[in-house]
Design a protein around this ligand. Structure first.
Ligand code: UD1
Length: 341
């Protein structure tokens, strides 16, 4: 379904300097939205706004603000009247969340509460919320439809589920509030300029950032977590989605919130699964490097297969992923090489 564009709308991107936030910033500007960024730069480089300016040609408006700070958040919403919020700002490391539940609930839940409260106080009635396929846990049937009961397996996933439920309750109690919940599968890739991409400040734990470090010689080898899954090559299968497709999904979600579709909750994936070995081979091909690896024990909590059912995103938002695994690996490798130049 084609939505009318609501291009005069002012949108606040919390976490807008991060990996998915920065790509969504570009996509929203290109779609004609008027966008501001709120970020505390804890897990984003300070020069991301300059890089965004190089891409879109106009300076980015940035609020240097921590969503845990109630008064600071209120200050941002008092300074400007927004029409919508896209809420990316969150902590997202599964292993870190297990050892720091206080920190994860504080940022991901209290931070969200602060944003929702400031929205309510200033009459902002549209929000897109970054959720994750992690909320599904290890479902029995594939692909995973949105109706699948949530079964979070980590503190990180719990905080995302709490966020979904909180906003859903708020929307039920607030007739004007429109809510878009986007459940991301495995985002990979980078903007073709090579100026923005995934740039973890801590040691990476996700597959492609680890492979990238191995390919560039910063890590000796990849450990493949499990070679005995019930999959064709024995390694885990995931639904990797290009960050540019994901960014476009946010534009469509906002269009829907401003249009007739209204509130929605959809998966953002491609519907196609690739194994760890598929990703290794593709990355080797695009980088021209060998990726040394060895197969170790399975990682606790990892499902064998995770793939999105994509019908709802298509029906509700008109969203279909267009880019494939090779584009994702090329984007990641190009970004990495530009940083190291
Ligand atoms: C992880 C998170 C998920 C989060 C998502 C964001 C866990 C358990 N889940 O998903 O909550 O939303 O990232 O992108 O961490 N792998 C290796 N070696 C590595 C790293 C990964 O073999 O060094 C394998 C994993 O076993 C898995 C696949 O690569 O089969 C993808 O792993 P990863 O990139 O960490 O993503 P998920 O675990 O799917």
């Amino acid at each position: 379904m084609t939505q009318d564009r609501h291009t005069n709308k002012r949108v606040l991107l919390t976490g807008g300097a991060g990996f998915i936030g920065s790509h969504t910033y570009v996509a929203l500007i290109e779609a004609g939205y008027d966008v501001a960024i709120l970020d505390n730069f804890e897990n984003a480089r300070r020069d991301v706004p300059d890089r965004l300016e190089q891409i879109v040609g106009t300076p980015a408006q940035v609020f240097d603000c921590d969503i845990r700070n109630t008064e600071a958040v209120q200050g941002v919403f008092a300074a400007e009247q927004f029409d919508a919020v896209v809420h990316f700002a969150a902590l997202k490391s599964v292993p870190e969340s297990q050892s720091n539940p206080m920190g994860y609930f504080e940022t991901n839940c209290i931070g969200l509460y602060n944003i929702a409260s400031a929205m309510q106080a200033t009459g902002v009635s549209r929000i897109v919320f970054s959720s994750s396929a992690a909320i599904y846990g290890n479902p029995e049937s594939m692909p995973i439809a949105e109706e699948t009961p949530a079964c979070p397996q980590s503190v990180y996933a719990q905080t995302k589920r709490v966020g979904e439920e909180f906003l859903t309750s708020l929307a039920q109690a607030t007739p004007d509030l429109r809510l878009g919940i986007l459940r991301y599968f495995n985002p990979v890739g980078a903007h073709p300029s090579g100026l923005i991409g995934e740039d973890p400040s801590q040691t990476p734990t996700n597959l492609v950032p680890v492979i990238a470090r191995v390919a560039s010689g910063q890590m000796a080898e990849l450990r493949i977590f499990g070679g005995d899954y019930p999959t064709p090559d024995g390694t885990g299968i995931r639904d990797y989605i290009h960050v540019l497709d994901l960014a476009r999904g946010h534009v469509l979600s906002l269009d829907a919130l401003f249009g007739e579709t209204g509130s929605h909750c959809v998966n953002l994936g491609t519907g196609t699964g690739y194994s760890v070995m598929d990703v290794v081979k593709t990355y080797e091909r695009v980088s021209g490097r060998t990726i040394p690896y060895h197969i170790t024990d399975r990682r606790a909590g990892d499902p064998a297969v995770s793939c999105a059912a994509t019908g709802q995103a298509k029906a509700v938002l008109g969203f279909e992923a267009q880019l494939g695994l090779e584009d994702m690996c090329v984007g990641n490798w190009h970004f990495l090489n530009r940083q190291n130049r």
